[in-house]
Structure formats: structure tokens, C-alpha cells
Design a protein around this ligand. Structure first.
Ligand code: AHR
Length: 499
């Protein structure tokens, strides 16, 4: 056949940072209350004594997430962390300006830290650069990380937590470029302000890692902010959501993310040179990504997407992007983890795994180690893409548009090797064609290859509380010799494990 996937395991592109399988929780809709915790549940065994949803915790533990970002998102830009610590009955109930809800503050910093410990994951906190002050940010770092005899460190002790939490990752605001953001400001203003915040925060705790607030990676904002902050930060955050009711746009949108990563990494290199920040080593932190259509599932209604098989394939393509670009990525956080644009959906009594959970779980489990260079020959997609190169997320001029649109192959592939096992992840994006492919792989391997498949005849198939396993992972095997001519069925995701 004309289709080809060729790989030589000695051609390593870079190490896959485990942190690409990180997550994000926001005080938004039913993500925290009703998702992570349910303090009012009377259903026997559903929650523990701390109110954690145990079924949610179990489904998340499978993903083995190294880091979870919290508490927003847009929410953080009018969030005062002090409202969320201390005796629960004395915590203020506040109006919430991102999603126009009310925040009871029953889950706050200490509850999040305890939940992270329970989940064996590392916290990543986002600072309020909207209504928040630098003093307040410094106080939060002191509360979380200081072992000194000072006010906020002592407040933590008074609240029952003797030892510092040592939160390593802190981000300097969220989507400060967005018209929806409380405290939105121009890039140059953000650059100046964040520079001063970074300096002070690192004086207080030199061990923290700071994350700059970038845009999509290919906006004018990114040029200005990389230049302003290259010497001060450890990671550079970008965000993108892709979606379309048109299958091809849905599954090709990820090519925009891939190009964004490449462009952004070049901007970081340029900033390093132009600002003479030769010691800077700033990787990209893709700390919000997923399939999300804000009209289909509006934020103020809790953004409860009902994911299809097409969306599952898009998520597999998202993960392929992170593997192929592994050398440029320090962290990536699927947004979000439960109920709100999430792989897990709960009711008061039950839970189901959305279609997107399944390919994501396969990546979390198996696509670790080192990313491999690939040669892929497949038909390319010629129609309209879902790349967001045609419109600017900030509503202004895009600097980086014409001439950088990627060519998009029908077979979307990435590969890793870990402990001698080669794993190949393949999305066949085609609606029409099964693609028979020759897989050429250097080296000696066992006769039996493990195959995981996510597929359904209906591209619009979804999982629901009533039918939880419409789209799921099927495990099978094939022979090494079958790779000579392997058929990837139309609109399917396949992961091959070759040991
Ligand atoms: O994840 C939902 C929202 O999307 C986040 O609050 C915000 O950062 C982004 O616009």
C-alpha cells in the first residue's frame, strides 16, 4: 500500500515529560462541588469522611497525573485565597465574576492540598492578577511554603498544617489577554507587572517555578510577553481549545496547537537571544487544552460537554501533538477533569467515563519515556481545517498567520519507547477510508503485538449514564508480521504495543 509508518527506535526526538499528563480543576460549574467533592451526599460509600467523591478519585487515579492546576482559570482573577482557609463556618460566601455564580469557599487551599496528597499528585497554583495584589500573592506563597516563624506560615499551622506544602508551580495570572478576564491588560503592561511579581515571589521562595501567562503561542501577545519575561520564568503557558460539529474540522484543529507550540518555542529562543538571557531554559506549559465548543456548552452553564467518538479522536490527536513536540513541552493540563469539559461525568449517585477518557487513559498509561522520530506517508487532508489560524482569540491582529498553516495527514501518528517497548499511537482521521499501512520498525521484537482500539461505526457515538460503554477501549493482539500490512479502520484510534 502507499501508506507507510517507518521508525527507527534509536532516533529519539526527546524525553516525554510525565507532566504532559497533568490536569486542571477550577471552581466552575460542577467541577469542584459535585465533582471532586460532595459535602452533602448521603449515598452510602460514595464519598469519604472528607467529602471526596471516591468514584471520581478512582477514575482519576487511573490516569496517574503528576500535577493538577487549581483554582482557575478565569475564576482565579477575582479569587481571594484567604476566603478559603480557616474554620469553614466563618468563610465568606462571595459573588463570583468569571461564571457569575456564588462561591461558598468550602473547598480552599488546605482542602486542595489534602486532596492532592490523597491523590498522590502535585499542586500547581494560579495567582490572582486581576483583583489580587502582589502582597496577597506573596502571602499565599508564604502560607503554602514557608517554614519560618512569620504570620502566614503561622496561620497555616493554626489551621492544622504544621509542615509547609512546598508548592513548586505558580502561574502569574490566567489569560490576562482575554476580554473576559477580570483585570485584562495589554501585553506590555502585563509584562512589566509580572516581571515585578516574579522578582518578589522568587525572593520569598527561590525554589518555586514560575509560569508566565501566554496566549495561544502564535499571537502578538506571545512575542511581547516572551521578551518581557524570558529571564524571570521557568515555564511559558499557552491555551487552546479546539472543536467543531464538522468531524474533519474537529480532528484537524490540533494541527493549530502543534504549530502554536513550534512558533512559541521559536519566540522563546528569540527572546533568549534578544534579551541576552542565555541561561534561560523555558519550556511550554500547555496548561489548558481540550475539545470545547463554548456555544454548545457555555461556561456560565457549567460547560458540560457530551463527548462523541469524533471528540475522542481529537483528544488522541491532541496527545499525539504533545508526544511529537515532547522536547518543547514541560507540562500540559487537560482542562478540566470532572463534569466541566471533562473526561468524567457525575450525577449525585453515579459516574460515567466520557469517550475522551479512553484514548487519554491509553496515553497516560503507555506513551511515556522517549518520543521517536517518524516517517509517515498517508493521504493529506485538503478541506477546511479547524486550525485557529484564521481568527485571533484576543480579537486583535494575528502576527503569525499566513504561510505557516501545517499540512495535515489523515494518519496522525506518534511513537514512544520505554523499557524496550515501542508504542505507536495512530488516529485514522478519515471518514471514508480504511487505511492499510506498512509499518517498518528496526529491531527484534516478540511475535505478539498488543493492540488497543477505540472505534464505533457512528462517529457521533457518545457514552451516557444509561449506556456507559458505547465507546470504550478494546484490547486484542496481532502478529508482528501483520504490521507489514496493517489496516487502520476509518475514524478509529489504535495503539500498538511492541515489546
Ligand atoms: O477551562 C475553562 C476556561 O477556559 C478557563 O477558566 C479559562 O482560563 C479558559 O478561558
Amino acid at each position: 500500500s502507499a501508506n507507510l509508518i517507518k521508525l527507527d527506535p534509536s532516533r529519539v526526538l526527546g524525553a516525554v515529560d510525565d507532566k504532559v499528563y497533568s490536569g486542571f480543576l477550577e471552581h466552575m460549574g460542577r467541577c469542584i462541588y459535585g465533582g471532586i467533592v460532595d459535602f452533602d451526599s448521603t449515598v452510602p460509600g460514595l464519598t469519604n469522611e472528607k467529602g471526596y467523591r471516591l468514584d471520581v478519585a478512582d477514575a482519576l487515579k487511573e490516569l496517574n497525573m503528576p500535577v493538577v492546576r487549581y483554582p482557575g482559570g478565569n475564576f482565579v482573577s477575582s479569587y481571594h485565597w484567604l476566603d478559603g482557609v480557616g474554620p469553614k463556618d466563618q468563610r465568606p460566601r462571595r459573588p463570583e465574576l468569571a461564571w457569575l455564580g456564588e462561591e461558598p469557599n468550602h473547598f480552599g487551599t488546605d482542602e486542595f492540598m489534602e486532596w492532592c496528597e490523597y491523590m498522590n499528585t502535585e499542586p500547581y497554583l494560579c495567582l490572582n492578577m486581576g483583583t489580587g495584589t502582589l502582597d496577597e500573592a506573596l502571602a499565599w506563597v508564604e502560607y503554602c511554603n514557608s517554614d519560618k516563624n512569620t504570620y502566614y506560615a503561622n496561620l497555616r499551622r493554626k489551621n492544622g498544617h504544621e509542615k509547609p506544602y512546598n508548592v513548586k508551580y505558580w502561574s502569574l495570572g490566567n489569560e490576562v489577554w482575554g476580554p473576559w478576564q477580570v483585570g485584562q491588560m495589554p501585553a506590555a503592561d502585563y509584562g512589566k507587572k509580572a516581571f515585578q511579581w516574579a522578582k518578589a515571589l522568587k525572593l520569598l521562595d527561590p525554589n518555586i517555578k514560575l509560569v508566565a501567562c501566554g496566549c495561544t503561542g502564535f499571537e502578538e501577545w506571545d512575542y511581547i510577553v516572551t521578551q518581557a519575561l524570558i529571564s524571570q520564568v521557568d515555564l511559558y503557558s499557552i491555551h487552546l481549545y479546539t472543536s467543531s460539529d464538522d468531524h474533519y474540522k474537529n480532528v484537524t484543529g490540533t494541527a493549530g496547537a502543534e504549530r502554536g507550540i513550534q512558533i512559541c518555542s521559536k519566540l522563546l529562543d528569540l527572546a533568549k537571544i534578544q534579551q541576552k538571557a542565555y541561561n534561560a531554559d523555558v519550556k511550554i506549559c500547555f496548561d489548558e487544552w481540550n475539545v470545547w465548543d463554548g456555544e454548545r456548552a457555555p461556561g456560565y452553564l457549567g460547560a458540560e460537554e457530551q463527548y462523541t467518538l469524533s471528540d475522542a479522536l481529537a483528544v488522541a490527536s491532541w496527545c499525539n501533538v504533545f508526544i511529537r513536540q515532547a522536547s518543547l513541552i514541560g507540562m500540559a493540563n487537560i482542562a478540566q477533569l470532572v463534569n466541566v469539559i471533562a473526561p468524567i461525568m457525575t450525577s449525585k449517585t453515579d459516574l460515567f467515563l466520557q469517550t475522551i477518557y479512553h484514548p487519554f487513559l491509553l496515553f497516560c498509561k503507555y506513551m511515556r519515556g522517549e518520543s521517536l522520530n517518524l516517517h509517515v506517508e498517508s493521504p493529506t487532508y485538503k478541506g477546511d481545517t479547524g486550525c485557529s489560524f484564521t481568527e485571533s482569540s484576543v480579537g486583535g491582529e494575528l502576527l503569525w498567520v499566513k504561510g505557516v498553516e501545517p499540512a495535515i495527514p489523515m494518519l496522525d501518528v506518534s511513537a514512544t519507547k520505554k523499557d524496550g517497548i515501542i508504542t505507536i499511537a495512530v488516529v485514522n482521521r478519515s471518514l471514508e477510508d480504511d487505511l492499510t499501512t506498512k509499518i517498518v520498525l528496526e529491531g527484534d521484537y516478540k511475535e505478539t503485538v498488543t493492540v488497543y482500539t477505540v472505534h464505533h461505526d457512528d462517529i457521533a457515538a457518545t457514552n451516557t449514564f444509561e449506556n456507559k460503554e458505547v465507546v470504550k477501549v478494546e484490547e486484542s493482539t496481532c502478529k508482528l508480521g501483520d504490521l507489514e500490512s496493517y489496516t487502520f479502520r476509518k475514524h478509529s484510534f489504535v495503539m500498538l504495543r511492541i515489546s
